[in-house]
Design a protein around this ligand. Structure first.
Ligand code: THU
Length: 149
């Protein structure tokens, strides 16, 4: 698979990808975002078919806000520590409309560590600014020249 694949329509993605996107969309209902009104949902597909969801959680002290991606990963790390992640989907909603959103840099760094820990790439699917779905073959392609020591 190429590093990135682009899809103009949701229906062009595999059924399992579409289902995982749906779960991320549903997860936006658990978002707590009274300050930004930007409701982000994320879903993980694990190797045994388990799906884990997360959503962003904000705080009146703004820097304490936690992105959906990190919420779902930290949830998975505790609830399913022995399982590998196959795929992650991330979506965002403003009011009732889904809008483009790609993972922030901080989340990419955290996602990368999960990928390295499990010694297996996982796919990341999100909606780009041009309304095309972006499917990344691995987290490592989203964060080149990574920090290591
Ligand atoms: N947010 C995420 O949940 N994921 C991202 O990748 C970017 C931003 C959240 C954080 C904050 O609650 C809201 O979106 C606005 O930045």
């Amino acid at each position: 698979m190429e590093d990135f694949a682009f899809y103009a329509d949701l229906k062009d993605l595999d059924i399992s990808d579409q289902q995982l996107i749906k779960r991320a969309q549903e997860a936006t209902r658990f978002s707590y975002a009274p300050y930004s009104n930007f409701f982000v949902g994320a879903a993980l597909l694990l190797q045994d078919g388990t799906i884990v969801i997360g959503a962003n959680q904000e705080n009146v002290s703004y820097p304490l806000c936690m992105c959906a991606e990190r919420v779902v990963l930290y949830n998975m790390a505790i609830q399913h520590p022995a399982k590998q992640i196959l795929k992650m989907t991330v979506v965002a909603r403003k009011n009732e409309e889904f809008v483009p959103a790609t993972c922030c840099g901080a989340c990419r760094q955290v996602m990368l560590e999960f990928e390295l820990r499990q010694k297996r790439n996982f796919e990341v699917i999100m909606l780009g600014a041009d309304q095309k779905w972006i499917k990344c073959s691995a987290v490592s392609v989203l964060i080149p020249f990574q920090f290591e020591f």
